[in-house]
Design a protein around this ligand. Structure first.
Ligand SMILES: Nc1nc2c(ncn2[C@H]2C[C@H](O)[C@@H](COP(=O)(O)OP(=O)(O)OP(=O)(O)O)O2)c(=O)[nH]1
Length: 208
């Protein structure tokens, strides 16, 4: 049976896949994301997140091929595009506060790059990548609500300082596009990319 390896430390991506019937092997890539982003920024936001996702999948691919004769590696990268600038995880309350000052009451696109690499007979044989955009319509939290949200710590470790499935959900008025992509991995796009490397996602579902 083909093993799906998730090249990500993201608890959100893991929970999306598990809820959708797949128990991935997690192998964190440890990619230097700022370096990859800087090297691809000139190619535009979609190419940048796709390159980041591909770098994560590539970083674990050789080791996966040694461990699993039949496997598929999935790497992802999510960033928020607002005013022409890609924003990743804020890391600090100051950066998250500034993100909210700029995005409250507005629309912005959450981009998630996806990279899928297939291993057959212990050798990498195929690689595909693509990006899914989801438009988020932000609410307008009061300054006190923003401070309370920052104090939860949640927005500090997620792209664009926002979750749609956590405390942040109180401040999201709507979405146009794929919600799973906002959380961290687009199920329909991953299904399409798996098919492009010859795999049916239903074959990867855990046995009932
Ligand atoms: N639960 C949840 N997580 C979100 C949401 N939006 C973004 N995130 C998370 C997913 C990712 O874990 C994180 C985006 O950062 P990255 O794409 O760099 O992934 P991360 O650093 O977490 O792990 P990785 O680089 O893949 O090892 O933000 C959301 O609406 N809900």
């Amino acid at each position: 049976m083909t093993v799906l390896v998730l090249a990500s430390a993201s608890p959100a991506r893991l929970s999306v896949l598990r809820a959708a019937g797949i128990d991935p092997v997690v192998q964190v890539s440890g990619v230097d994301e700022p370096a990859v982003e800087a090297a691809h920024r000139h190619l535009g936001p979609d190419a940048t997140v796709a390159a980041l996702a591909a770098a994560k999948a590539e970083a674990v691919l050789e080791d996966v091929a040694h461990r699993h004769r039949d496997a598929v590696v999935v790497g992802c990268d999510s960033m928020l595009l607002l005013d022409g600038r890609l924003r990743g995880k804020p890391g600090t309350a100051e950066v998250a506060r500034q993100d909210w000052a700029e995005m409250a009451g507005r629309d912005a696109d959450l981009l998630t790059g996806h990279a899928v690499a297939r291993v057959v007979d212990g050798r990498p044989v195929d690689r595909v990548r693509d990006v899914r955009r989801t438009t988020i319509r932000f609410g307008t939290p009061t300054p006190a609500e923003v401070e309370a949200y920052l104090a939860t710590g949640e927005p500090l470790q997620v792209a664009g300082s926002l979750t749609i499935d956590g405390y942040g959900g109180w401040f999201v008025e709507g979405l146009d596009g794929d919600p799973s992509s906002v959380i961290g991995i687009s199920l329909p796009l991953t299904r399409e990319l798996l098919a492009r490397v010859g795999l049916a996602v239903t074959d990867l579902w855990r046995r009932p």
